[in-house]
Design a protein around this ligand. Structure first.
Ligand SMILES: [Zn+2]
Length: 117
């Protein structure tokens, strides 16, 4: 077991948020090392009481968007608008669908057409 992990195992009890100061940094490092994503790390650190919970915390992070893909229902934006302006959205490129769905539909139609011909 690596050094920080050993300290944490020795000193931390699940649910104990009153960690001794010198265990906090190693604990945060361990969380960071084991987290699968930034969100994961943040959630773990919040759970451990090592960081302040975010004030603005709508549990379901709603993506601001004007429309959704007609097929997969992912939040969408007009194809001329930038991803920076509409983070977390997909561009709606054809028949109200995102590129992945639209391409799939076109492929299906092409196959159907070729099968007939
Ligand atoms: Zn889609």
């Amino acid at each position: 077991m690596s050094e920080p992990s050993r300290y944490i195992a020795e000193s931390a009890i699940f649910g104990d948020t009153n960690l001794v100061d010198w265990t906090i940094t190693p604990a945060m490092r361990t969380v960071a090392a084991n987290a699968k994503s930034v969100e994961d790390a943040r959630n773990l650190l919040e759970m451990l009481g090592l960081i302040e919970p975010r004030a603005t915390a709508p549990v379901e992070a709603t993506v601001a968007c004007k429309r959704h893909c007609a097929k997969c229902d992912r939040p969408g934006r007009h194809s001329s608008e930038s991803l920076q302006k509409w983070p977390g959205t997909v561009a709606i490129v054809g028949r109200g669908m995102c590129r992945a769905c639209y391409t799939a539909v076109l492929d299906e139609e092409r196959q159907t057409r070729d099968a007939v011909a």
